[in-house]
Design a protein around this ligand. Structure first.
Ligand code: FAD
Length: 410
């Protein structure tokens, strides 16, 4: 195990534990899960037992009370230990989508109800944001939540909702007021915690290219009644609560992408030392060396950006009084540095990770295309990250408009 030299103390321990637990699951395990399209139950149980579902959950609710930086270290260890994308994916669905927003914006009752179960690995999570007509343009979602007595009645459709088939609870994003009523498009969204299973929430899995140890589903919500105590954060300020999920999501996938890059690269380097073609190990040819060396250098830079973004989040996005609408909305100004660093990290890390996996695949020659050498699986996995959680174009849009100050496009 190569411990990244910048990790020490608790972080080194988290990395070491994550790497060790992950390396108990050999490549054959992941090949089979991917092929059979099965949830990696044994892996999930093992990481939950080690406390990895509760890293950001406060100790009083059964977690470790760490920040996003430590969560990023755990993700890096799990991915590099051999789990590939699964090492970030399962953490994302349950810990970043569900535990983090409840920790930051939940009421005492919500925290007591959900956090201990999440920390123990009994409650899995999901986030239902994307809709058939709304992906990049989040603020235009059409799912509505209408107040009736002390309940909200929800109707709408969602798409690509990962993990909803197993979720004990998920975060739903819905419109509680139209943009016309609020006069500002970013107002009028609200977040709800939805308990599952529910007969009013039906779903069907979408067959997909990779990450087949987790289902991503089309979701139909019909007359779902949510008690008002399940509103998460202030009514109509859901967009600002959602930022506390979307930025960590970008950061988590940024560290995950670099980690998949390192994983693929380490296998390629090993192969290049041993594969002899024209009487010499292929790793002695500069045409093989340079892309691997370049990929490594790019990963090192991208990894620093991902950790910078995680540290910025921990420093600048402290939890606020969840009842105060004004507090939650006004904190968005303080979050601009988090948005800046998250989008930059997401963009750079995904490109660096993809380049590393691409060159790893080339190094394996024809074997890179064979399932047996795993790199083709990491290739299918990492390519998702150019499209989701936010496309690379949209990350660049953010940098162009919010960092460089360029005018909005039409
Ligand atoms: C496997 C998988 C799992 C997912 N899991 C979840 C989940 O758990 N929960 C969830 O809510 N969502 C999930 N998603 C959805 C994901 O977040 C969206 O697919 C993503 O945000 C892109 O939205 P879209 O697919 O609607 O693309 P669109 O928004 O339709 O974009 C299509 C293309 O147009 C480009 N484009 C659009 N507008 C602009 C612009 N202004 N400038 C430049 N280019 C532009 C985009 O970059 C893209 O290339 C998942 C998606 C996948 C594939």
């Amino acid at each position: 195990m190569e411990i990244p030299p910048d990790l020490s103390g608790d972080k080194e321990l988290i990395y070491r534990t994550a790497y060790e637990v992950s390396s108990q699951f050999p490549p054959e395990y992941w090949r089979e899960k991917d092929l059979k399209e099965e949830f990696a139950e044994e892996f999930f149980r093992a990481i939950a037992e080690q406390g990895f579902m509760g890293i950001v959950i406060p100790q009083e609710y059964g977690g470790s009370g760490y920040g996003l930086e430590e969560l990023a270290v755990a993700i890096e260890g799990l991915v590099r230990g051999g789990a590939g994308m699964a090492g970030v994916w399962y953490i994302m669905l349950t810990e970043i989508f569900l535990a983090l927003p409840i920790t930051r914006f939940g009421t005492k009752e919500q925290k007591e109800k959900y956090l201990p179960g999440i920390a123990e690995g009994r409650i899995e999570g999901a986030l239902a944001l994307t809709e058939p007509d709304v992906g990049s343009n989040t603020l235009l979602i059409k799912t509505t939540a209408v107040k009736e007595g002390d309940e909200y009645v929800v109707n709408g459709r969602k798409v690509f909702i990962s993990g909803i088939d197993r979720a004990g609870a998920f975060i739903l994003v819905a419109r509680t007021k139209s943009p016309e009523e609020t006069g500002r498009r970013s107002l009028g969204l609200s977040l709800f915690i939805v308990d599952m299973p529910s007969k009013n929430v039906r779903y069907s899995p979408i067959p997909k290219h990779g990450i087949n140890y987790s289902k991503s589903c089309e979701v139909y919500i019909e007359d779902l009644r949510i008690p008002e105590e399940n509103l998460l954060g202030p009514l109509d300020a859901g967009w600002y609560v959602l930022l506390d999920i979307l930025n960590p999501e970008r950061i988590g996938f940024a560290i995950g992408a670099t980690a998949i890059g390192y994983l693929a690269l380490s296998k390629a380097v090993e192969y290049a030392k041993n594969r002899v073609v024209f009487d010499r190990p292929i790793g002695s040819y500069q045409a093989v060396q340079h892309p691997l060396a370049r990929s490594y250098a790019m990963l090192e830079g991208a990894r620093l950006l991902a950790y910078r973004a995680a540290a910025t989040y921990d420093r600048l996005a402290p939890p606020r009084d969840p009842k105060s609408f004004d507090e939650v909305v006004s904190r968005s100004t303080g979050l601009s540095e988090v948005g800046r660093n998250s989008n930059i990290a997401k963009y750079v890390a995904i490109e660096a990770g993809i380049e590393a996996v691409y060159w790893a695949m080339q190094t394996f020659g024809g074997y890179g295309y064979a399932r047996e050498f795993d790199v083709e699986r990491w290739w299918r996995e990492i390519n998702l990250l150019r499209l989701a959680p936010v496309t690379q174009q949209l990350a660049l849009n953010y940098i162009a408009r919010h960092v460089l100050g360029l005018p909005r496009g039409t």
